[in-house]
Design a binder for this molecule. Sequence first.
Ligand code: NAD
Length: 363
Amino acid sequence: MSDIIDVQISQLQKYGVIVGENLDSSFVRFCNNRFSGDRIYVMIDEKVNRLHGSNVEKMCSKAFERVMMLEVPEGETSKSMSEWNKHVNTLLEEGVERSTPLLAVGGGVTGDLGGFVAASVLRGIPLLHMPTSLLAMVDSSIGGKTGINHETGKNLIGAFYQPDAVFTDISFLETLEHAEWITGMAEILKYAAIDNPTIFDKLQTLVDDSLSPKDQWQNVIRESVRIKVDIVQQDALEAGKRAYLNFGHTFGHALENLSGYGELSHGEAVFVGMIAATYFSAQLGHPVDDTRFAPFISSYKQQMATLPEEVDQLINAMKLDKKVKNNTIRLVLLNEWGSPYIHECTDYSLLQESWEYALSQFN
Ligand SMILES: NC(=O)c1ccc[n+]([C@@H]2O[C@H](COP(=O)([O-])OP(=O)(O)OC[C@H]3O[C@@H](n4cnc5c(N)ncnc54)[C@H](O)[C@@H]3O)[C@@H](O)[C@H]2O)c1
């Protein structure tokens, strides 16, 4: 069984996120209806290729005569100019046409890189996402943010580029490692904090149980997709409400930056960041406390690299975030659970205290 959640970005930009199990036939039907060319490019994460590549290739060959598999090395370092350049060169040398689709199969790294390749080649070729990590399913495959990292910061080069469709096949999660479930769960906890606090309780039951793509996970994934779609539809270019999706992220990006990309996963960094942002909110008098995150701390602690302790450097890294304007750090805080707002932070001593509090939870 599958559900289609429609994303309407504008009158002209509309696509579906199909969430379900074993979506091969939906994918083939969609491609047969949508594309008339004989080729598809499949950018696929190296590990996902090892585990699922032959099935993906077989599925694509039911709709296209030529399936060209382009492997993306595993890990955050693939979101680089050199990797982007390599794939752009391959496509152009191959004679890619404006109508040739690119399917990105993998986690957020492959989706962000593949999306930016699709956005830039010939000023844009059709993009399809097939997210395979929990994080990519609930977050990075939806909403059209694509991009790569730069040495001065994360995701500093990129484009808003919407896919033609997203195929969220939760069967991929069968092979996802425990650490990646925990990483992806951070973005779901974010939706719990900014939109639907009942998700906290659902996740607590699921995380205590075994991690496998069963029905309850499918429900939480579908609800997360719905929340993200709802926000993105209202603000595709991040001029307003979409910024709420950055809850915990301004802190998290600073941690990722200082740790060195790849040392700390995005989700781990965001989890620490959400505790800092919740603490900051509580100190301003809002009725939120971070006990909601407490049941999940041990899962993150078990797998996380040592966190940087230099709070001054973390605050400096926050100032480098591309969302900083006039040296004022824009934080997403909580009025209460499910009700985020933007706070222009000038109180650096409270910022320092929030960092110290959050980091102390993991020592
Ligand atoms: N575009 C957006 O809106 C957005 C939103 C959030 C995060 N992101 C980006 O997403 C990235 C993080 O995504 P991620 O956590 O998915 O990282 P990732 O793509 O590196 O995947 C994590 C790991 O899981 C493995 N993997 C993926 N699917 C698997 C499967 N089915 N079975 C076994 N292993 C599998 C990968 O090989 C990798 O080792 C970051 O670069 C972050 O900036 C983008």
